[in-house]
Design a protein around this ligand. Structure first.
Ligand code: MN
Ligand code: MN
Length: 318
């Protein structure tokens, strides 16, 4: 079952699912599912990402069926569905993460590959836990202006700025085969970047794009990643010109074209992820849906890549 027919039902009509795909409960099971994680109570500055999944779904109405650069029709090849939102309490970080994990692992245990829609970046922790349990320790491609490897904020260890340190402590991810792309902005201390490097993460700073260019940046990414790959897109990796609707914006970021090119390069390099997320879209600060459109387009590339990965592994199995 594919998208609602745009010839019969106008794109702006009908209930909102991601890309006008069927709901998971309508098709029973799916190879790839989109799962909302509308939670932002682990945010340290501007809240609002709890409205991210709804904003991305609204902006995704315009997604058509064919991915031309990747030469794939992701919704025609295999069942893709919208699994709705995890019922995450806004009042309890641990309980919310548990509910997100429960919903994600219900899917990953059946072999479904999940694209999570945040929510603040803390939701990546339960999503990566579920994905690592199904596929093994993850190699992470992390797009962000921030490292998100701090020890704590306000004496709390589970925040949107500590998610990758917690994930590596738990063994869900392998920093030596993970790379953070787009880092920039003011830091707390001169030791922040060295401390991050000491954890083992590879990095490409935003300002390195000027020297390297996108193709050379991807070559660095390609050198680091190995299966199973997880892609986490914090939308604040984009310059605020391309993504104003986010909680912790930093100037000097990537363009949406650079991000989309890097994502598609994973397909060209036969490095499809087994799980992914798009987080930190905060519609209350968005203008003209600029951020939600960028996020929905990134999500389309990620769904396409997840589908490509399913088809490749089905080939390998047969
Ligand atoms: Mn982040
Ligand atoms: Mn960030």
């Amino acid at each position: 079952v594919g998208q609602a027919d745009a010839i019969e039902l106008p794109r702006f009509a009908g209930l909102r699912t991601f890309a006008r795909l069927p709901r998971l409960e309508d098709v029973g099971e799916a190879a790839v599912a989109v799962l909302g994680a509308p939670f932002d109570s682990a945010t340290t500055f501007r809240p609002g990402a709890r409205f991210g999944p709804a904003g991305i779904r609204e902006a995704s109405l315009l997604l058509r069926s064919y991915n031309e650069p990747l030469a794939t029709a992701p919704f025609a090849s295999i069942q893709v569905a919208d699994a709705g939102d995890a019922p995450a309490s806004p009042l309890d970080v641990a309980a919310a993460h548990q509910r997100i994990y429960d919903e994600a692992s219900k899917l990953t245990r059946k072999g479904t590959r999940v694209l999570g829609l945040g929510g603040d970046h803390s939701v990546s922790l339960p999503l990566m836990r579920a994905t690592a349990e199904a596929h093994g320790q993850l190699s992470v491609l992390h797009f962000d202006s921030h490292m998100d490897t701090w020890e704590s904020h306000f004496h709390s260890r589970y925040t949107h700025g500590t998610v990758f340190r917690r994930a590596l402590e738990e063994g869900a991810i392998d920093p030596a085969s993970s790379i953070q792309v787009g880092l920039r902005g003011s830091l707390y201390d001169a030791e922040d970047l060295p401390n991050n490097a000491a954890l083992g993460f590879h990095t490409v700073l935003a300002r390195e794009f000027d020297v390297l260019g996108v193709a050379a940046v991807f070559r660095r990414i390609e050198e680091v990643l190995r299966p199973p790959i997880y892609v986490s897109v914090d939308i604040d990796v984009l310059d605020p010109a391309f993504a104003p609707g986010t909680g912790t914006p930093e100037s000097g970021g990537l363009s949406s074209r650079e991000l989309l090119t890097l994502l598609r390069s994973l397909g060209d390099a036969s490095l499809p992820p087994v799980g992914a997320d798009v987080v930190e879209v905060a519609p209350p600060y968005d203008h003209a849906s600029v951020t939600a459109i960028a996020a929905s387009n990134a999500a389309f590339e990620l769904v396409s890549l997840l589908v490509m990965g399913c088809l490749t592994s089905a080939d390998a199995d047969s």
